[in-house]
Design a binder for this molecule. Structure first.
Ligand code: UDX
Length: 429
């Protein structure tokens, strides 16, 4: 058994399980506590409740170091416990902190030091410390991306650790457990750590909405947003990443965190104008495909539209806030029939899109369609036999919602090719 200090993890959702598995990989014994018995039982059998590349292997490799339990008592063995419970938005847009409060009450002031991984509004740490005098509290927000969470953890860009002066010894312990990954450590106060998480996501969301608006202008002025992004991205002050125009951002973090920061600012008396626009641009972006389709098809009623990909991004089966949800409903609202194919998210999508005809393959989804929309840039769509696809469709029209496909190849296969912010892509150069 390892000599490294045991670590507690409270809440074994996506963040919690990645955190638990990665600390086990770093040689710690990890006690993961989850209230849902079914989940714990499945984990004890080695079954993961979601798909995350590389995670299954790490869990298997470190089985001896990983304990999954519904009990609180085993957590007492740990000096620090990472709280990784959900903080979903309430109807007012505030974060629902009930799971956080329950976790803190259960851990108690004499238990392990609380290390908050869950994304919480700025001020939560202070509020918790006031409610629980004597509690040791450290903020250590997560910056993991779905699909690359394991490498994001083990090769993190930075680790942010916030603590009040009294809690510095606990913050030192947190710093020590992250030390082996060699990432820059940002030591700061609790409120600044909380804000760093929200501000980072809001900035990235802003970058996406910005390039989406540039794309929309490119559509009007006959410029190509992918070329523009390439030229912009070479400026190191801008950087090339997060400049892909498309159908907007989705997922469990950006929509929730941008909204949470907007509401937090509003509740504190500040109107965060820029962020409000970022959110609005994102909402509208998902709908822009409809006007592109209508330009070719006229009214959409009676048309059959195939959606390629449904997940909010590739390499995940996550449908939370996926652009496909709004798009499918809008298409149906216009009277179109919608077929769809997603290599991974079909099971999750079925529940949320009961009216959509789920196909077993991309080719099946395209069969008899009047148009196709590429919603998620799954690599397999790049390798599709597009000549065959053109034959199977009623009319070979595609809107590439992620500027992912090879425009020339698509046109050579007989397609009318539309993209986002690339009006020239549908004609020879
Ligand atoms: C994000 C943050 O990256 C991560 O740091 C945080 O902890 C959680 O939220 P994630 O939601 O997994 O991670 O997805 P990410 O890869 O960041 O993509 C978010 C969304 O933005 C996706 O819908 C993606 O399609 C979209 N996106 C991303 C764009 O539309 N354009 C881009 O250039 C980049």
């Amino acid at each position: 058994m390892s000599e490294k200090e045991p670590i507690g993890v409270v809440g074994l959702g996506w963040v919690g399980l990645v955190t638990a598995a990665c600390f086990a990989e770093l040689g710690h014994r990890v006690i993961g506590r989850e209230i849902e018995w079914d989940k714990v039982e499945a984990l004890q059998r080695g079954e993961l409740p979601f798909y995350e590349p590389g995670l299954q292997e790490i869990v298997e490799r470190n089985r001896e170091r990983l304990e999954f339990t519904t009990e609180l008592e085993p957590l007492r063995e740990a000096g620090i416990a990472f709280v990784c419970v959900g903080t979903p938005p309430t109807p007012s847009g505030d974060a629902d902190l009930s799971a956080v409060h329950t976790a803190i009450e259960e851990l108690g002031t004499d238990g392990p030091a609380v290390v908050m991984k869950s994304t919480v509004p700025v001020g939560t740490g202070r509020q918790i410390k006031t409610r629980h005098p004597g509690l040791t509290y450290v903020s250590c927000p997560e910056f993991l991306r779905e699909g690359t969470a394991v490498s994001d953890f083990l090769q993190a860009d930075r680790v942010v650790i916030g603590a009040d002066r009294d809690d510095e010894p606990a913050a030192d312990r947190v710093e020590a457990v992250y030390e082996p990954i060699g990432a820059p450590i940002v030591r700061t106060d609790v409120a600044s750590a909380e804000m760093t998480k929200l501000a980072s996501n809001a900035f990235l969301a802003t970058k996406i909405s910005f390039i989406n608006e540039i794309a929309n202008v490119c559509d009007e002025v006959d410029a190509d947003v992918t070329e523009v992004a390439r030229g912009m991205g070479l400026d190191p002050r801008i950087g090339p990443r997060f400049l892909s125009a498309g159908l907007g951002f989705g997922g469990s973090c950006f929509p929730k965190d941008t909204q949470a920061l907007k509401i937090l600012a509003g509740n504190s008396g500040y109107h965060f104008q820029l962020l409000s626009s970022v959110i609005e641009v994102n909402d509208l972006q998902k709908r822009r495909v409809l006007s592109k389709l209508k330009r070719h098809l006229g009214p959409l009623a009676g048309n059959r539209i195939a959606l390629l990909g449904l997940a909010f991004k590739p390499d995940t089966d996550d449908m939370r806030e996926a652009s496909s949800l709004v798009l499918a409903s809008r298409l149906q609202g216009e009277g179109a029939t919608v077929s769809a194919y997603d290599p991974f998210a079909e099971r999750n999508a079925r529940e949320q899109l009961p009216q959509v005809e789920m196909a077993a393959s991309a080719m099946d989804a395209l069969e008899g369609a009047d148009a196709a929309v590429l919603v998620t840039e799954w690599p397999e769509f790049g390798d599709l036999d597009w000549e065959e696809a053109a034959k199977r469709m009623k009319a070979p029209l595609i809107v590439d919602g992620r500027n992912f496909l090879d425009a020339e190849a698509l046109r050579a296969a007989g397609f009318v090719y539309e993209a986002i912010g690339r009006p020239g892509a549908n004609r020879p150069r």
